[in-house]
Design a protein around this ligand. Structure first.
Ligand SMILES: Nc1nc2c(ncn2[C@@H]2O[C@H](COP(=O)(O)OP(=O)(O)OP(=O)(O)O)[C@@H](O)[C@H]2O)c(=O)[nH]1
Ligand SMILES: [Mg+2]
Length: 373
């Protein structure tokens, strides 16, 4: 009988692919995984970056169909801060532990040059916390609340012009740490024709500035077609609302104006529903890519601490050898310091002895009376 997967067979050197003579039962493994995952629940962490009042809270409430109680932020902070809110949501039998982190005071300072720094620090702090847990002797990663950011929704102001310097600086400093999805906030304030032009301008500016944004995966055939289309329509033009309006006999999330109603859930009015759908269908990919960003962080951190997989002679090196080498280096350094202190001490004692001898010699000299009178 031919091997079921010749490619996989070729990779597994020394491992033969055999056929079963009867049913064994390990084909239930995927089902066991699904049951276990559902029981454990899922966690998803969203970071919203955008200037004060751009519509972060309204969009979150609209995306997750939940009114998150969230007070408006002040405009008078001297630096950018981050505010996190965690809640549990349940849909059918699936439990989602959702953390929404929002910037507070973003873009409100006179000097915006390093507005991105607190955000970078926050993302790194979540990676560091995970690394700490991973390196513990007694660790509990299964029950650990993973706070690493899975997606960053970057709110662009609906100016119709170009990206601001603060947008470029912030996205550039984050694109190697987090999945960035750009969104145009309050997209109902820009006309349809202007919006298309604005989207193109934003994408060309991101490309010319070498900023990498999240690309929905196209390698899974079940979602490749829709993901390819959406990748070509970024950024999402979003509209959010905290309120529901009665239309016919239905209450829908919408924004009511003297000239008409913008329906959040209507795909010809805005991309909010598209964004929600894309987040939900690609949640696992976002989580996986976050792990890849974390791997990068972990690698840099461990290398800085002196950990290596390959030793000086290009041979694999074990953790024990790394620790021994570190300990030896530390010991030699301590010895060198001790010797240095000893020598400095001897030198100072000699100097003092010489000074005392000189003082003694001067004291024993006969006093010249002639000079006195
Ligand atoms: N036109 C329009 N207004 C919106 C939209 N989303 C929110 N708003 C309004 O903008 C104001 C601020 O909305 P929020 O959602 O509180 O904005 P925010 O970014 O969370 O504000 P802070 O948390 O204070 O920074 C409110 O008056 C909202 O009704 C939108 O899509 N279009
Ligand atoms: Mg808010």
């Amino acid at each position: 009988m031919a091997a079921p997967d010749a490619g996989r067979h070729a990779q597994n050197d020394g491992c033969r692919t055999l056929s079963l003579s009867a049913h064994v039962g390990f084909d239930s493994l995927p089902d066991q995984l699904v049951r276990k995952s559902i029981k454990h629940g899922f966690c998803f962490n969203v970071l919203c970056i955008g200037e004060t009042g751009i519509g972060k809270s309204a969009l979150m409430s609209s995306l997750f169909n939940t009114n998150f109680e969230d007070a408006p932020s002040t405009h008078f902070l001297s630096s950018v801060q981050l505010r996190a809110q965690t809640c549990e949501l349940q849909e059918s039998n699936v439990l989602l532990k959702l953390t929404i982190v929002k910037t507070v005071g973003f873009g409100d300072q006179m000097n915006k040059a390093d507005s991105y720094q607190p955000i970078v620090d926050y993302i790194d702090a979540q990676f560091e916390a995970y690394l700490k847990e991973e390196l513990k002797v007694i660790r509990s990663l299964f029950s650990y609340h993973d706070t690493r950011i899975h997606v960053c929704l970057y709110f662009i102001s609906p100016t119709g012009r170009c990206l601001k310097t603060i947008d470029l600086l912030t996205m550039r400093s984050l694109d190697s740490k987090v999945n960035i999805i750009p969104v145009i906030g309050k997209a109902d304030s820009i006309s349809k024709a202007e919006l298309e032009e604005f989207k193109k301008k934003i994408m060309s500016e991101l490309i010319s500035n070498g900023i990498q944004i999240y690309q929905f995966p196209t390698d899974d055939e079940t979602v490749s077609e829709i993901n390819t289309i959406i990748n070509g329509h970024l950024p999402f033009a979003v509209v959010g609302s905290m309120e529901k309006v009665k239309i016919g006999n239905k209450m829908v999330r919408a924004r009511q104006y003297p000239w008409g109603i913008v329906k959040v859930e209507n795909e010809s009015h805005c991309d909010t529903v598209k964004l929600r759908r894309m987040l939900c269908t690609n949640m696992e990919d976002l989580r996986e890519k976050t792990c890849a960003y974390y791997e990068l962080y972990r690698r840099c951190r461990l290398e800085k601490l002196g950990c290596r997989d390959i030793g000086p002679e290009n041979k694999p090196i074990s953790l024990q050898e790394v620790i021994e080498a570190k300990r030896l280096k530390f010991f030699l350094e301590m010895e060198r310091k001790e010797e240095e202190i000893k020598q400095r001490f001897v030198q100072r004692v000699n100097e003092k002895a010489a000074m005392l001898e000189e003082a003694e010699q001067q004291a024993s000299m006969p006093v010249c009376l002639e000079f006195v009178f």
